[in-house]
Design a protein around this ligand. Sequence first.
Ligand SMILES: C=CC1=C(C)c2cc3[nH]c(cc4nc(cc5[nH]c(cc1n2)c(C)c5CCC(=O)O)C(CCC(=O)O)=C4C)c(C)c3C=C
Ligand SMILES: [Fe+2]
Length: 430
Amino acid sequence: MSLQENRGISRRGLFGALGAGAALVGAGAVVGRETAPGDSSTMADVVEFRGEHQAGIATPAQDRMHFVAFDVISDSRDDLIALLRTWTEVAERMTKGEQTYDNGATGGEEYSPPSDTGEALDLAPSQLTLTIGFGPSLFGTAEKDRFGIFSKKPAALADLQHFPGDILDPARSGGDIAIQACANDPQVAVHAIRNLARLGTGTVAVKWSQLGFGRTSSTSASQVTARNLMGFKDGTNNLKSEDTSEVSQFVWVDPKDDQDWMAGGTYLVARRIRMLIEAWDRTTLNEQERVFGRAKGSGAPKGSGAEFDAVDLQSKGPEGLLIDKAAHIRLASHESLNGIKLMRRGYNFTDGSDGFGHLDAGLFFIAFCRNPIEQFVPMQLQLSRKDLLNEYIQHMASAVFAVPPGVGQGEYWGSTLFGGAEGSPGPSNR
Ligand SMILES: C=CC1=C(C)c2cc3[nH]c(cc4nc(cc5[nH]c(cc1n2)c(C)c5CCC(=O)O)C(CCC(=O)O)=C4C)c(C)c3C=C
Ligand SMILES: [Fe+2]
């Protein structure tokens, strides 16, 4: 199906055609086939919203992202729960390609604002996934426990420490609640976040947001590896959803780990990493490949022939180690980190220029892991101290969120934390 034809199918009409198939597939499953990033034939697909785990983590990474962090501006637990219930129902509708409310964009009162903003009318579901996470600040303190959840704060959920070289912007870091929208059409992702933010008026306020494109990590073996803005294939040696035992070991929180409500959930670490693109672009190909330890063209480990060849960190040439002792893939490898792995799911970004003639561009790094303190922190500590890449990057913002498990029928986002899954009053038509 061409892009043109695809865009011609209404979101409701398309769901009519796909609905039966979508209902039959399992948790987090994708209806349709997976192809190269940007291939328009993926745009008609629906990713199941309900399931054991939230979609948007181990489901195949889409090509576009809109990520938002909110602060909760109400002190009312009831208001927060009501919003989470509303968000859940509306999010599920949007992932199916439906409007936030039936006929919300054009069918309402002539003298009231429409209850759907309308820019996704006529667009396909585009594999939209919406994934929620709760930041450390949402849980308050023993003294100020505004939502009564301080005792449920997981030990693994703490603001990340300062790493060498960090120059973090507090206005672009942290947040009480995050929602990650991923889709193969940027307008679908933006529509979803915009409408969720609109529905949150009075209860939450947007703290920061980030748009991303060109997924920098494959999360499924069926995907081709995309390139980051440094021109390298990124995601080759990522955890892949097909490797279910490793995903269980490194991504999903086990019931024995910590807080019961997080079983089947995970933690999301976000880092806005600026690339010093102009310096990188003046660097020789030889040096660029030394930095990563891989060939720029094929993505193969240095000294090897093909992208997915096993990495031999000991292999030597006439001038010594083929993969430099400070190469990115050596320092980030599980061999150098006592077996640690995590699932990367980041995106490229460009946010114009910085007023000094430099592109404000880089990698919006996202990783999912079972315990950020035991996985992300040691990995980032090692990279921040020794990585050759540090000469060309700058960590500008940081956030961490507890991502609850997926929602079953009758449950809402966060119901394992706040309780009262059944008897939802349903969304008010705001
Ligand atoms: C703390 C974790 C990581 C940060 C931060 C990070 C930043 C970062 N990475 C690239 C580009 C590449 N990374 C690659 C591999 C790779 N990176 C991490 C972790 C972090 N990267 C891991 C765990 C790995 C896999 C290591 C291994 O076992 O081989 C690669 C190679 C291809 C691949 O396997 O994905 C590239 C390229 C950039 C540009 C960047 C910050 C801007
Ligand atoms: Fe990396």
